[in-house]
Design a protein around this ligand. Structure first.
Ligand code: SF4
Length: 349
């Protein structure tokens, strides 16, 4: 179902807006210098929205100081005490995230009133850990809880809403988002909550978020990892780029290398990748390229031909392809210079 569009600071969520990547700071919000430092790192990593935890009035008041020094829209994460949302809005929060399971309706009503006055959206963020479980189906329980909360917001004439329904389980999360996607036109914030760290956490997030995005479900994503916020941003970008939904860096295709390889492909890939990413900072058009770095003639020429620029290994040499045509054959020592000459030519049009 096509979703409404809400505005968070200068970022749109829903409608025709690209799926945005967000994260959360991981230090006390009232420690302003530390939060600012972390948000600047998030900005540099390409984060588009950042959420801060608001545990008390000091955290809420810190938001105005943080906003003076940073550019990303700030979302205040509120639990239990509705007053903290009101202080955060006064302090300049661009969006409020509430968990309706732990704030009484009277308090939610006051948040809605002030959010409407200040024209900021509210995310109704449900987590499986804080809803009433019937023992039947987790996905249905969480969707029912969300629909009750949505009704309350709508009854209060408030529609500037984003929804999230997170569980730590891939199947249940996918099921829940599929269900809610059919039932409302509010933009959806995707994530697998408390995914953990390491490969399994990464796999859970890629699968949970990726499957939904492939089905056209989801308008903003947050990968929750027990790691740095920049790592979460990077993971989100990787998911979107893998699905061809957004481009954050050049697409580099490289073979895994096997016994047929007669060139030092692993070292070349490492060196080239680093240099390609650095060159892309000066020539951003490089981010739109597909680049193949292949070990031998089995799949090498095919992949290199289909890429914008590619190299395919032979016996101690590489063949260079540009836009589907061979432009020369070069020794391992010569290929770097030739490759980067060509890539800059392509970037310059
Ligand atoms: S392209 Fe060649 S070297 Fe690379 S994995 Fe395939 S067969 Fe092996």
């Amino acid at each position: 179902m096509k979703k409404r569009c809400v505005k968070v600071g200068n970022v749109f969520i829903g409608g025709d807006a690209p799926v945005s990547v967000q994260t959360m700071t991981k230090v006390s919000t009232s420690n302003v210098p530390l939060v600012i430092k972390q948000i600047k790192k998030i900005e540099q990593a390409g984060g588009e929205i950042v959420r801060v935890a608001v545990l008390d009035k000091n955290d809420a008041q810190a938001i105005s100081k943080i906003k003076k020094e940073t550019v990303l829209p700030i979302v205040a994460d509120i639990h239990y005490d509705h007053n903290l949302a009101l202080y955060s809005i006064e302090s300049g929060a661009d969006k409020i995230r509430v968990n309706p399971s732990n704030i009484p309706q009277k308090g939610l009503g006051l948040i809605i009133k002030m959010a409407r006055e200040k024209k900021i959206p509210v995310r109704i963020g449900l987590n499986s850990g804080s809803i009433k479980i019937t023992g039947k189906k987790l996905s249905t329980d969480i969707v029912n809880a969300a629909m009750d909360a949505i009704k309350f917001f709508e009854d209060n004439d408030f529609f500037d809403i984003v929804i999230s329904l997170k569980t730590p389980y891939v199947r249940e999360t996918i099921e829940a988002y599929r269900l809610i996607n059919e039932q409302c036109d509010y933009p959806l914030h995707l994530g697998i909550t408390e995914a953990g760290s390491g490969d399994l956490a990464f796999a859970k997030s890629i699968l949970g978020i990726g499957v939904l995005l492939l089905e056209g479900i989801g308008n903003t994503i947050r990968v929750s990892l027990t790691e740095t916020p920049e790592r979460e941003i990077r993971a989100g970008q990787v998911i979107l780029q893998s699905l061809g939904m957004r481009r954050f860096e050049p697409e580099i295709i490289s073979c895994p290398v096997c016994g047929r390889c007669q060139v030092p492909l692993k070292e070349i890939l490492r060196k080239f990748r680093k240099k390609i990413l650095l060159t892309a900072k000066r020539y951003p058009a490089i981010n739109n390229l597909t680049i193949a770095i292949m070990g031998c003639s089995v799949n090498g020429p095919g992949e290199a031909k289909q890429a914008d620029i590619g190299i395919a290994g032979g016996k101690d040499r590489f063949v260079l392809f540009v836009k589907g045509h061979i432009t020369g054959s070069y020794s391992v020592n010569e290929i770097e210079k030739k490759f980067f000459e060509k890539i800059k030519e392509i970037a310059n049009g």
